[in-house]
Design a protein around this ligand. Structure first.
Ligand SMILES: Cc1ncc(COP(=O)(O)O)c(C=O)c1O
Length: 291
C-alpha cells in the first residue's frame, strides 16, 4: 500500500521523502518517536502520544518549532489525506541536522516526520494462542543513563538485538530485566500479571517505557473492578502468575502463555486477559476523528 509522509512541511509518497544525511537521529539516534494507531478513521490516544513526545523533547532539549496543537492538526490532516480507515502513524522528531556530537553544531531545527502506514504485528493465531516469551540477555538502560521512559530512537538498538535473540529461539517476544534483575518490559510492550485476582505491572521507574496502552488497560481494568498495582516483579512472579499479558500500540493486548519454556497458568490465554482484550477493542472507538 502507498505510504504517505509529511516531512518538514512537504507531503509525498514514502519513496520521495528525504531528509539530510546529517540528521542527528541518522548519525547518533538523537531523536524521538511515537507509534500511534488509527482505528475506524480515529486516531487512538493522540493527545497522550503528543504529550509523551513533547515531554521527551523537553528532556532531550530539542527546540521544537512546531507547537503541540499545530502538530496535532498536521497529524490529523495527514491522516485525512492518507485516507486509511485503520492504520499506523509513525511520528518522528529529531534534534536537527549537523555533524558531530555537540548539539551546538546542530542546526537546531528539529526534523519532524509524520508517516501513515499499516501494521499487523502478530497474526490472529498469536492472539488466539498467546505468546511464548523468553528472557533475553539484554538489560534495560538504567534511569540514570537514558531513562527508558523517554522514547528515544537510539535506545532501540538494544531492543532490536533482544528481539533477534528471541527470534532465534522461536519466541513471540523477548523480555528485558533491569540492572537489579527485576522484570522491566518486552522489546516493544509492557508486561502485566494476574495473581489471585490482582493485576500487577512493573513501576515506571523500574526501567520501562510508560506505555499508553499500559495506562489505558490499567484504567479499563480498574473500571472493571480489578485492583491494579505497580510493583517490583521477578521472573518467578511471571511464571507463577495465573495469567500474564503484554500491552503496546503495535501488539495491543496479547496473552503471554509461557516464559523460558515454563507455562504460565494453564498455558492458554486466561479469562481476565480475554476480558481486557474485549474492553480494549471496545475502547479503540474513542480516538480523535480526522474526518
Ligand atoms: C520498549 C517499549 N515498551 C512498551 C511499549 C508500549 O508502549 P505504548 O503502549 O505506548 O505503545 C513500547 C511501544 O512502542 C515499547 O517500544
Amino acid at each position: 500500500m502507498p505510504r504517505l509522509v509529511w516531512l518538514n512541511g512537504c507531503l509525498s509518497p514514502l519513496e520521495e521523502a528525504t531528509t539530510s544525511a546529517a540528521d542527528h537521529a541518522h548519525l547518533y539516534g538523537d531523536g524521538l518517536f511515537e507509534g500511534i494507531r488509527i482505528y475506524g478513521r480515529r486516531v487512538f490516544k493522540l493527545d497522550e502520544h503528543l504529550d509523551r513526545l513533547y515531554h521527551g523533547c523537553n528532556y532531550m532539549g530539542f527546540e521544537m518549532v512546531i507547537d503541540q496543537p499545530k502538530l496535532r492538526a498536521i497529524v490529523l490532516d495527514v491522516c485525512r489525506k492518507a485516507n486509511e480507515d485503520n492504520g499506523y502513524i509513525r511520528l518522528n522528531v529529531t534534534r536537527g541536522s549537523g555533524l558531530g556530537l555537540d548539539p551546538r553544531a546542530v542546526k537546531s531545527e528539529p526534523n519532524v516526520m509524520v508517516m501513515v502506514s499499516t501494521l499487523n504485528l502478530y497474526p490472529p493465531e498469536a492472539y488466539a494462542k498467546g505468546l511464548d516469551v523468553v528472557t533475553t540477555s539484554f538489560r534495560v538502560a538504567p534511569a540514570d543513563s537514558l531513562d527508558p521512559r523517554v522514547k528515544c530512537i537510539g535506545r532501540y538498538a538494544s531492543n532490536i538485538l533482544a528481539k533477534m535473540e528471541a527470534n532465534k529461539q522461536g519466541a513471540g517476544e523477548g523480555l528485558l530485566l533491569n540492572n537489579q534483575g527485576y522484570v522491566a518490559e518486552c522489546t516493544g510492550d509492557n508486561v502485566f500479571t494476574l495473581k489471585d485476582g490482582v493485576i500487577s505491572t512493573p513501576q515506571p521507574s523500574s526501567g520501562i517505557l510508560r506505555g499508553i496502552t499500559r495506562d489505558t488497560v490499567t484504567q479499563l481494568a480498574r473500571g472493571a473492578g480489578y485492583e491494579v498495582v505497580e510493583c517490583n516483579m521477578t521472573r518467578y512472579d511471571l511464571i507463577e502468575a495465573d495469567e500474564a499479558f503484554l500491552t503496546g500500540t503495535a501488539a495491543e493486548v496479547i496473552a503471554m502463555v509461557s516464559l523460558d519454556g515454563r507455562h504460565i497458568g494453564d498455558g492458554k490465554p486466561g479469562p481476565v486477559t480475554q476480558k481486557l482484550i474485549g474492553l480494549f477493542h471496545e475502547h479503540t472507538k474513542t480516538g480523535v476523528a480526522f474526518d
